[in-house]
Design a protein around this ligand. Sequence first.
Ligand SMILES: Nc1ncnc2c1ncn2[C@@H]1O[C@H](COP(=O)(O)OP(=O)(O)O)[C@@H](O)[C@H]1O
Ligand SMILES: [Mg+2]
Length: 387
Amino acid sequence: MSVATMLENEAMKYAADAVKYDKMGDKDKATESYKRAVEQLTRLIKLYPDYTFNKFYVEKVTTYQERIRLLKSEDGEDMGVEKFTSFETKQTSSQQSMDENASEPSEKPNVNWGDVAGLEDAKKAIKEVIVYPVKRPDLFPLGWSRGLLLFGPPGCGKTLLAAAVANEIDAQFIQIDPANIMSKWLGAAEQNVAKIFGGARKTAMAGKPVIIFIDEVDSILGVHTNEVGGEVRMRNQFLKEMDGLQDKGKNYHLYVVAATNKPWDLDWAFIRRFQKRVMVPLPDYATRLQMFELNSAQLELTQDVDFHTLTQLTDGYSGSDIKDICQVIRQEVIRELFESGEADNTTKKPRKLNIADFKRSITNRKPSVSKEMMKEYDKWFDQFKAL
Ligand SMILES: Nc1ncnc2c1ncn2[C@@H]1O[C@H](COP(=O)(O)OP(=O)(O)O)[C@@H](O)[C@H]1O
Ligand SMILES: [Mg+2]
């Protein structure tokens, strides 16, 4: 057992004891156990300062210290034991909260294909991997892939695409992020992964397609310099669940879509589980043109605004950059209206946006993705394309 796993287990054990004593009203023993839990967690944080999930443990330490302080001060009077311990139990027995999460259909994302500009290759790949098997499973006697990895520079539509596909096939959309997978205890994270997949399987077997979406997957399931026991176990559990999806005879529709800006933080064992890997690149000319149209649809423009000119000026900009460019000038004209003192008159509208506004905004906003960075994505893709 690694030192990290040991500290983690100890901390969990002391915390459970502390809550138990706290409920029984044994303040001395409760305080003692909370202190021990804090000690173990503090050692863990010091030992692995770069550890991805430290912020959860720091939070825990703060919570316990607060409780210790309260126990000292109250002296006989019962202040919030119930509230505190029920909070703590809820946080630690992830089982309970995950059950709720997994069985409750999450809110359907309100994004459609039409909201995603360009990315024809990515859309095509998604249709082949997910949409067609859902619509005509009879055409896939040998089964279908379950894993889709979207990678590429930030702000180019990966999250948008995942939401759009969930809508397209009317799927339950379960998003995995550090907050719902950690539930404050790294040790419980592997159980949480199992719970999420278990719940998703149930829904899928009942006939409803499910998409498990892991945004910024590198931050949760990537390989980090300091690996703490719970992190490794969580990743292994995830790999196990992914393998289970591929077993023969499983013809339900449960897909795992992962997105990352840092594919190089993922290891081979992980990547291999995603049969389909799709690059979501910087927008090309036609896509940027479409983005200017989408983002300006609600804006009042003067005659001189020519989207082709703007598109030429934004080679290398991401979709998110273009959105910002449009938003910034919209805000400018609103500010102008307020500063003119005429905003109180509700019939008064902001002035129309002209081409000079757009050009100024473009000059002020540098592209957020560099050429060198793009080369890294291409290089990474070439490496894994063949495999
Ligand atoms: N292809 C696109 N079509 C339309 N809007 C886009 C596109 N790419 C990015 N955007 C805009 O940028 C924002 C961030 O995009 P997002 O999908 O979160 O990027 P990523 O997940 O690749 O980092 C979106 O909410 C959207 O407003
Ligand atoms: Mg995103």
